[in-house]
Design a protein around this ligand. Sequence first.
Ligand code: TXA
Ligand code: MG
Length: 341
Amino acid sequence: MKTKHLNNQKETVAEAAKLLQAGEVVAFPTETVYGLGADATNDLAVKKVFSAKGRPADNPLIMTVGSVEQLRPFVTISDAAKKLMTAFWPGSLTIILPIKEGMVSMLVTGGLQTAAVRMPQNELTRSLIREAGFPIVGPSANLSGKPSPTTAAHVAHDMDGKIAAIVDDGPTQVGVESTVLDLTAAVPTILRTGAVSQEDMADVLGSEVIDGTSPKSLSADQTPKAPGMKYRHYAPDKDVFVFDPLDWSDLKEHLQTGDAVMADEALLKQFSEKKQPSWSLGNNLDQASENLFAGLRYFDDQENIERIYVQAMPNIGLGKAYNNRLAKASGGRLFEGPHAE
Ligand code: TXA
Ligand code: MG
């Protein structure tokens, strides 16, 4: 299959909508990461997404919509869900809701009685989904286990020849996947951290929100409730190590041929004397999250690189999502400087 690259804004929506209606897979931009779209009501189309990604069948997919109207036939929207949608949609929040019986394919839900739903910020994508006329499934458009794609080129790298088209709307803005909130739990529970924070949601709901991803609430023998979170994720083939910025001078001494560094501008400024390959994480948490996956993918493709050392960020706001993705990419491995945990 020859994958079409669509980036002409006028014709893109019509052409991509036609492909989706024909049961084909089309990659689409969102503000978080690129997704792999297909008609969520067409099992044959949904199967193509699983096979393009190499994704295990027990890992359910997000239903992505262009309007709240498009959701009503499929899931029950509680008052709490309404509040969250009003406050954060379109945006980086995925909500788990009960499905209306028999209305959502078991392929999409992985056999669960719940579905994950999201309305992304990207306007091109929202008009595409409205034009198609049905919700589309929307897992990240990477091969299963690889870092999520934040540019159309990343998508092409993983998906060329496997899907019908890629809608290119430039690099994504947030860079890490949406927050996943389970509203079917007794107390609303975060299953995946993202740009919408625990505090933001508790404020809007006027009640408690639990962070189900923090080590306190998840013991080692417990299976995470978001099936996708149990797989080693976001990981390049190279060995990834997390370092504490306080260990920067030790790390600089330790670096050898085959090592690459991903760090913020402040650290990289003190790095000019070394010839080590480096990737800038920018000047703040937002920029670090935006640039994390692109840097991991960049070094993953460099034959002369064997190890990637990536700076940890303060564990606040978007830093929680950043550190979570980095922990997964590294398999929890730390550079053992004096400040390593
Ligand atoms: O930002 C995002 O959410 C991106 C963009 C493309 O929209 N999409 C994305 O999809 O990250 P995916 O499939 O890679 O991640 C969805 C996560 C997985 O961890 C999956 O297991 C979980 O949501 N999930 C989906 N349906 C669920 C359900 N019914 N109950 C619990 N977890 C669910
Ligand atoms: Mg994913």
